[in-house]
Design a protein around this ligand. Structure first.
Ligand SMILES: [Mn+2]
Length: 306
């Protein structure tokens, strides 16, 4: 049976495009794989797939009995609930090492770069496997998305190099323009419920036995979030916290201002605000904070360890 190439829950652009591009990489080596996703594409990803004429991967939420390659994560919390019944074959990622394990040796490609698709671009080069222009365009968008147009502290020279090489393959000349169009699509808040907005890019973490959920919305301007919408998001965040979490956070990132506003519901707000260098108020602005992975998660993990 074909092996699955599977990104994380609440898939973002990198996660979905990485399933497609990693599948291209494995197939180029003669391995039978099928790219899948744990959810439908979010608006940004839908924009990317449509722009480059690609199909969204099929949605799969159960993997027991299957062989699986993970892309863009290695945490059980972000895998399907029955993941322990699957056989892990490999991981391509750029996050901290998670808690999945395996019975047999696994092919792992994990690097501290800004995007899984940067790793996957390098793998194509190492193995001499071609990337077609459509896929290259989508991979470029994944890098622009994950690195917030190269502005995130997670961005490395490797990401810029991969993005420029992919742009050349895809025939994209103006990376900034493509990136801004993509962020405009991502910023679209119309027609989504507060719950959908919180879960659009949401991850649960186990922090020293405490379940902490962190959502992030990247916006071209914080002004898009009206006072009314902010109140609704806070109310829904309280409900999300009450569903068995110690804390629920929503990080509203202003891509142009290069910082984030924090919404918080917590059993112990002070541990969160202290870790993120702010104090509990109606407007908690975190200057320079763009990256959940680098500027929020490690700080909280350390605070919960203490
Ligand atoms: Mn990623």
């Amino acid at each position: 049976m074909t092996a699955l190439v599977l990104g994380h829950k609440n898939p973002d652009t990198d996660s979905i495009v990485a399933a497609l591009s990693a599948a291209n990489f494995y197939r180029g080596r003669g391995i039978d794989v099928t790219p899948v996703a744990q959810g439908e594409p979010a608006p940004e990803t839908a924009f990317v797939l449509e722009t480059f004429g690609l199909q969204a991967p099929e949605v799969v939420t159960s993997v027991a009995g299957r062989e699986v390659y993970l892309v863009d994560y290695s945490d059980l919390a972000q895998a399907p609930a029955d993941f322990k019944g699957a056989t892990l074959l490999g991981i391509i990622d750029h996050h901290k090492l998670g808690d999945v394990t395996s019975a047999a040796p696994v092919e792992c490609w994990i690097q501290p770069v800004g995007c899984s698709n940067t790793v996957i671009k390098k793998l194509h080069d190492i193995y001499g496997i071609a990337i077609d222009p459509k896929l290259a365009g989508a991979m470029l968008c994944a890098i622009l998305s994950d690195t917030v147009l190269f502005k995130s502290p997670t961005c490395t020279e490797d990401d810029k190099k991969a993005a420029n090489e992919l742009a050349a393959i895809a025939g994209v000349e103006d990376l900034q323009r493509l990136g801004m169009e993509m962020f405009k699509a991502k910023s679209n808040l119309d027609g989504a419920t507060p719950r959908e907005l919180i879960f659009r890019d949401f991850k649960d973490f186990d922090m020293s036995g405490h379940k902490v959920g962190i959502g992030q919305l990247e916006l071209t301007s914080l002004e898009m979030v009206s006072t009314d919408l902010k109140a609704k998001l806070q109310a829904e965040l309280n409900a999300v916290k009450a569903e068995g979490r110690h804390s629920a956070l929503l990080v509203l990132t202003d891509v142009m201002e290069e910082g984030s506003e924090l919404l918080l519901a917590s059993d112990d707000a002070s541990i969160i605000t202290k870790a993120l260098n702010t104090t509990l108020s109606d407007k908690m602005w975190l200057p320079g904070v763009m990256s959940r992975k680098k500027q929020v998660v490690p700080q909280l993990e350390n605070a919960f360890k203490a």
